[in-house]
Design a protein around this ligand. Structure first.
Ligand code: ATP
Ligand code: MG
Ligand code: MG
Ligand code: MG
Length: 364
């Protein structure tokens, strides 16, 4: 009750805009709760700008201008800042130390342990996973390597380093195709919202897809392209006490397409979300068990959305990837599956704040 929450949005990440939309939804929810709320936007260049409003509108196009004007009018000291905690305190409305940090941020620098490192050094409770779980969750190659060790089924994959591909892309492609047959799927190891992800059905589209992923990351993940049903499960809790949401299914209605960036956020009619997914009780139980196992292995804190594929041909479930700060917009799956499970946005956010405090207590 009455806690001071400092919410972060934006970020130096390809998912900057998605974060603004997630933050709008969460800030609106937090505004209705009995707590003090300060917002900080992080620009695409990585600057931290206190934002004047409580997030009722959060205009993703104009927030930087609004924040700059606000900055000039503030008399909260911003420099010199001698410690991480002092820096974070200088970002709140009144310059006081926040009780809980809420990084509503997606992608590199945001969801990969980078900002969590700053929070840890400041020794202030924060929502979501710590450094290691965030980094392992963000890096699909690291996640698959670890989870495979624990016998979690993953889609057959190949790790390609950008440098290796740049040295000799012909040889690199031969190596890939020796291990995995076409059709393939290519994505940056550390990506999100499908940015830089794409199909490759022949050599020229493979090189194209690798080039696109290589613009965003130095490590590239190549997978077998499967004909999939996409089943996703929300998780809430701290190690080892997790709660799994009903399983949701994303149905992409465009033929020969996949759940790409455009489809995710800018064409609501192109997908259908089915909650709970129309799958057998047995499959639901399998997904719940796998989702909890993944969170236990990676020691997730607070929340995660674990994405699975059901391979229509082999009729088999695979772990696809985990998101430690899942999309949290009005149309995102994470808040919807929990709403279906009986937790509205207020209940969900309240629990996340509580879990942040509990995790901090546990770790110190
Ligand atoms: P998110 O926004 O969920 O964080 P992401 O960018 O981390 O996404 P993935 O979820 O791994 O990346 O892939 C994005 C989408 O690409 C999937 O939802 C699916 O539609 C498609 N996809 C990914 N891997 C494969 C595959 N091996 N075979 C077929 N389709 C795939
Ligand atoms: Mg992801
Ligand atoms: Mg993501
Ligand atoms: Mg995904």
């Amino acid at each position: 009750k009455g806690k001071h929450v400092l919410l972060f949005f934006g970020g130096k990440s390809t998912e900057h805009l998605v974060s603004c939309r997630s933050a709008l939804f969460i800030a609106r929810t937090l505004s209705k709760m009995p707590l003090k709320l300060s917002l900080v936007g992080i620009t695409v260049n990585g600057d931290f700008l206190p934002y004047p409003f409580d997030g009722e509108h959060l205009d993703s196009e104009n927030w930087v201008k609004e924040a700059e004007e606000y900055g000039k009018s503030r008399n909260v000291p911003s420099a010199p800042i001698s410690s991480p905690a002092a820096f974070l305190s200088s970002l709140t409305k009144d310059g006081s130390k926040p009780d809980i940090l809420f990084p509503v941020l997606h992608g590199i620098n945001c969801e990969d342990g980078a900002i969590q490192g700053l929070f840890k050094m400041a020794d202030i409770p924060f929502v979501g996973s710590g450094i290691l779980a965030s980094a392992c969750g963000m890096d699909k190659i690291a996640a698959k390597t670890i989870l495979q060790h624990y016998k979690i089924p993953v889609v057959p994959w190949f790790r390609l380093s950008r440098r290796v591909w740049q040295m000799n892309n012909e040889d690199a492609c031969i190596d890939i195709l020796e291990k995995l047959p076409f059709p393939l799927f290519v994505k940056p190891a550390n990506g999100g919202s499908s940015v830089g992800a794409g199909k490759a059905n022949n050599l020229s589209s493979l090189n194209q897809a690798i080039a696109a992923a290589a613009e965003l990351d130095s490590e590239i993940l190549i997978e077998r392209q499967l004909r999939v049903r996409e089943l996703e499960c929300g998780v809430l809790g701290n190690f080892p006490n997790y709660l799994a949401s009903p399983v949701g299914e994303i149905i992409v209605k465009k033929p020969n397409s996949f759940y790409d960036y455009q489809t995710k956020y800018f064409s609501e009619q192109a997908t259908e979300t089915c909650i709970p997914a129309t799958i057998t009780t047995l499959m639901t139980r399998q997904i719940h068990e796998l989702a909890l196992e993944v969170c236990n292995i990676l020691q997730i804190s607070g929340l995660a959305r674990v994405d699975f594929f059901f391979d229509r041909d082999a009729r088999k479930i695979y772990f696809n990837e985990i998101n430690t700060m899942p999309g949290f917009t009005e149309i995102s799956l994470y808040p919807q599956v929990f709403a279906a499970g009986g937790f509205d946005a207020t209940e969900l956010c309240g629990r996340l704040l509580y879990l942040a405090l509990a995790e901090h207590e546990e770790r110190s």
